[in-house]
Design a protein around this ligand. Structure first.
Ligand SMILES: C[S@@+](CC[C@H](N)C(=O)[O-])C[C@H]1O[C@@H](n2cnc3c(N)ncnc32)[C@H](O)[C@@H]1O
Length: 305
């Protein structure tokens, strides 16, 4: 079992329905680009979204996040989010977990010495230092001297750009949760705060959306963080979709959608609380994991009709 919190699943209690949503079978993750997947779903059919898209420039095999220009990343993600909001019921919420990025390469190269204050002389480390040689991802800094925020080393404020674009599109920005990480990634020696938090941003399409009021939902969450046993996918903790679902005050039989399903954490959280789910995932291997780890009806990747 991939998720160590699996003991909370109540798979035997689930009524695995053989239902469909638009073109897609319910309670399954479909191996398709999520924009295509969402476009094939009816208006206002989803009770809640919770998702974590790929972050800009992190490792990945195609799909969102590979755009060299971070502005294209924001544009592409917002296009997907707009399509998801079309599918959201007026009572529903969209919970978006997304991290920021510095305008630096993930893999330093020798030419990046010019930006470095590390090393004995402040001109960089030995060229064989793992800072330059370890393969972490393909992202390069995207510098445009004519655009103020696209300077080297700048924190790009990507979540704020996404939130602002969503507000400009007319969606309601209903709040922000700060997830405090118990196991933050090490950041090495650098002249900036070592990050141990990420944001979860909440959107609605109507002011009359549902939300749990008792007990009230706090804005700082210390989630139970379990080790990721999947080396090639940035899974979020099981506790993250679980807390979002519990804060959403869903009706029985609600449908929860994760357009970037990855290994299926959202599917398992939805099932553990007795709800339906639907997901999309571009990576076929990841999609198989999602379907084998959730008690989906085994017909994932099957587009009906
Ligand atoms: C951060 S991971 C999600 C991890 C997931 N929350 C979990 O716990 O396993 C993002 C996922 O989005 C997928 N992805 C990237 N672009 C996509 C697209 N256009 N449509 C569907 N999935 C996509 C990636 O393959 C990756 O598995």
């Amino acid at each position: 079992m991939l998720c160590p919190t699996a003991e909370v699943y109540k798979l035997e209690d689930l009524d695995t329905k053989n239902e469909t949503l638009g073109s897609w079978q319910l309670n399954a993750t479909h191996n398709v680009d999520c924009l295509t997947g969402l476009r094939a779903m009816p208006d206002e059919c989803i009770d809640m979204f919770v998702t974590s898209p790929p972050y800009w420039g992190q490792r990945g095999n195609g799909g969102l996040g590979q755009e060299p220009d971070p502005r294209d990343y924001v544009k592409n993600l917002v296009e997907i989010l707009n399509e998801a909001m079309r599918c959201l019921k007026p009572s529903g919420l969209f919970w978006l977990n997304v991290g920021d990025a510095y305008n630096t390469p993930i893999n330093w190269r020798e030419e990046d010495y010019v930006h470095s204050s590390l090393g004995a002389e402040g001109k960089g480390l030995d060229k064989n230092n793992s800072a330059y040689t370890k393969v972490r991802g393909r992202r390069k800094a995207f510098i445009d001297k004519k655009v103020g925020f696209l300077q080297y080393g700048n924190l790009l404020a990507l979540p704020y750009r996404i939130v602002t674009a969503m507000g400009d599109a007319g969606w309601l920005f209903r709040g922000e949760v700060v997830w405090v990480k118990s196991r933050p990634l090490p950041e090495g020696i650098c002249r900036r705060p070592h990050r141990r938090h990420e944001g979860i941003y909440i959107f609605a399409k109507s002011e009359r959306h549902a939300f749990r009021v008792k007990p009230p939902v706090g804005s700082v969450w210390e989630l139970k963080q379990t080790p990721n046993k999947l080396p090639h996918c940035s899974t979020f903790p099981f506790d993250l979709p679980l807390q979002c679902i519990e804060a959403s005050a869903l009706e029985p039989d609600a449908v929860i959608c994760d357009p970037f399903m990855g290994s299926g954490t959202t599917a398992r959280a939805a099932q553990s609380l007795g709800f339906n789910f639907i997901g999309f995932e571009l990576d076929a291997a990841m999609c198989n994991i999602a379907n084998s780890e959730s008690s989906g009806n085994g017909q994932a990747s099957l587009k009906l009709g």
